[in-house]
Design a protein around this ligand. Sequence first.
Ligand SMILES: Cc1cc2nc3c(=O)[nH]c(=O)nc-3n(C[C@H](O)[C@H](O)[C@H](O)COP(=O)(O)OP(=O)(O)OC[C@H]3O[C@@H](n4cnc5c(N)ncnc54)[C@H](O)[C@@H]3O)c2cc1C
Length: 350
Amino acid sequence: MTKKLNSKYIIIGAGLSGLTIAYYLLKNGESDFIILEGRDRVGGRINTKDGIDLGATWFQNHHSNLNELMDSLMLNKFEQYSKGQSVLVYNTMAPAHYFESHQISPSAYRIEGGSATLIEALTKNVKNKIKLNTTILELIDDSQTIYVKTNQGVFSAEKVVSTIPPKLSATLKFTPSLPENILHAMEQTHTWMSNAMKIGLVFKKPFWRNKELSGTVIGQVGPVIELYDHCSNDGRTYSLMGFINEGLRDVSPEQRKERILEYLEKYLGKEIRDYISYFEKDWSKDQFTSCENLKSVYMSPQYGNPLFDEYYFNGKLLFSGTETSPEYGGYLDGAVYSGINAAKELLNRD
Ligand SMILES: Cc1cc2nc3c(=O)[nH]c(=O)nc-3n(C[C@H](O)[C@H](O)[C@H](O)COP(=O)(O)OP(=O)(O)OC[C@H]3O[C@@H](n4cnc5c(N)ncnc54)[C@H](O)[C@@H]3O)c2cc1C
């Protein structure tokens, strides 16, 4: 087999888990690795555009792995804005219920500068090791070497850690095949938030704050399921961000936007139409997060199957990523936890 590039380790995926592995390897003096990433950007399910987190946003104090990583990267957090009246919509035909959420809910935090700041900090010292637009197609176990077949050729290493979400990993070719039990576990592991649809609206002014509204709009019956204030902490950008109803997936983009605006106008006021920019992201349409055979999951699925902790390909292949984590699987914290563990495994094995 022709070798395109050799390194001791290959990390597959430049999402939070993959970049955490790289950060810890480097921190512990190991620099002999490369990172292969299918997308044309880093971050995976962390994706911030014009200050809008179209992927992950919030975390809490008990997410200790993430909090510690942020401290070590000297990143700051700030509390989600929730002052003023929030809106609860039970029935789109009946009047909305208004409530104060500020005092009752446990604090949710955001990363200063947006979630992508975490990715930028992790990427800082490993930029030259990341190969974008490199989609993994097959993993081949061959004696002392593991080969990674991609759309950009074949790469080889002593060990590979894959952070591809398990459900997508199940669509890869493994030669020889992996045991049936892990393939089954991969197929059964829902990719967290892979069915989510998010929107973001940027404004000149936070008009809702000026009306004593928090910007929070919650309800299962309308086009918008959850909406929150998403202004930056430094007062430079003013925006609203939230999740929309999956029923809007197959509606045309123009109709979708109009239904969202019409709905929000009712609860936040006509100023909603004065947005500077509008963003939307349907994660189910993103081939690096979602699969064709995706089904919506409304219950929190189980993560951290112990089968993901084992080595495969005679000790050369390891899995990581938030869905493999027994601690806060699905969340940012789970991605960090699994990344740290994978890095420790690599460092301790040699
Ligand atoms: C809309 C949304 C909202 C969310 N909100 C929150 C939140 O508020 N708080 C929270 O804690 N978590 C949230 N999450 C979850 C959080 O984003 C994830 O837990 C975390 O980012 C996962 O990181 P990861 O590295 O494990 O996986 P990923 O970010 O999915 O990284 C995997 C990487 O592998 C790459 N890849 C996939 N297939 C291939 C292939 N064949 N070849 C090469 N590369 C490939 C991908 O492009 C990606 O970069 C949210 C997620 C979404 C989508």
